[in-house]
Design a protein around this ligand. Sequence first.
Ligand code: IMP
Ligand code: MG
Length: 484
Amino acid sequence: MTTSRGRHYTGLQQIAVIANSGLTFRRTYNAIARTVAKATDMNGCRILLLDSKKEYLTTVGAYGLSDLYIRKGPLDARKSLPEVLAGNIVVVTHAPTDERVQHPEVAKSQNVLFIAGIPVILGEDTIGELRIYSKESRELTEVEKDFLKASANLCAVLLDRAQLAQFRDRIDKSRAKATEVSTPPRIAVNPLKPTEFAHESEAEFAGLLDFYQIEWLYEPRSFPLAWNGAKISQMFTPDFYLPELDMYVELTTMKQDLITLKNRKVRRLREQYPDINIRLLTKKDFMKLLAKYGYGSMGEAKVEGVGRVLYSHTQIQRRVRAIARKISRDYAGERIVVIGVLKGMMCFMSDLMQYISIPVRVDYMDISHYSGDGEVVKITRDLDSPIGGQHVLMVEDIVDTGMTLNYVLAHLAAHKPASLRVCSLLDRKARRLANVKLNYVGFEIPDIFVVGYGLDYKGEYRNLPFIGELRQDWGGHSQARLTA
Ligand code: IMP
Ligand code: MG
């Protein structure tokens, strides 16, 4: 017992040194994995981090595990020992037959018998997992559990520090940029994913994916391509996996000799894994591909002023369809009048009504705001047809203070419709002044100014096929709020 405690004490001491040694992110975690494995007498250890949507686990450091085991494919966070992510230590004593293990066949082929998962918790949030592996059947002692918890805690603190460093790095970069003239805004890599990329182009690609809100995993899987007897002699690890598109991506430059080599590998992979969808992409190809998948091809010029994409074209369409289905169900057997206030709702209302399956009539109003003593709203274009006794659905792009909506609803209610409901694409509760009820909402957004998909800043950006955040440094916001 004393010797065991001594070993764990030394382990923690080593982790503290590693943590403070200024190693790169991946090396730090590899070294911690090694220390943890040695101190607990395990054959292997790895540290996994959850992506920002908490859907996938990615390996950030490992020791004693084969490349094949580490890159056995993206780990679905909901399927791979989900109790760990709920905050518990989970012990699997016979991995090949345990139904909680996501790739039991791989565990079997690697002779892994024992697996334990320890949650990596930052504050109150589980952000990842520490896993240990043994080829022998065994148990975890209380002392070992305490040691593992302490190690997991240190991993969490280190991740927090890595994020802070990336955040600083970004600030430094944007400061440097601010002093240069007319450089287009650079797209930053998601700080929640402290990935070490082998090439600058990969970091750039990841930045683009983040910008378009496309989930990605970096090198999550290696594919054995050739064998020498029972030993793997050739392996291929594609750069990225995009879960939403179920696609592997290998980036390529225009260098001809490299293309030939990669082409050969990709061809091999396709032959041996016909179900795997893999693309060899140059940056130009990638932009074209984005357009094809409905993420909109956005020229550099249009990115100007937009900090990040909040909702992609595909995400918006999915949500609009869902709302339209709900409306069609709620009003089943009725007919409705859909009313919009120009011009912000134009994209939303146009898409929404096409997905509604009950009879719809459409009407518009236009208003103007006067700022005299307090803000006064005035109707400059009223409805074409009467709405008395009819079911009215008011459609808005965004409800901010709620003052506009409040005024328009009072005006409509005076015409005595049979019912009056509100459907708004966006809801920004943070600035609400008027107490208005929203019956259907697309997305709740934080207190940021947004443009695109009908929403404007000084009359522009309405044509963007996505909703993006207007950069804070892109002129004042107060004026934009007045252009309805
Ligand atoms: P409210 O009267 O303060 O609720 O303002 C609502 C109107 O202001 C919306 O219909 C929009 O036309 C405009 N607006 C508010 N926030 C934004 C924004 O973030 N982007 C673009 N327009 C906005
Ligand atoms: Mg409006």
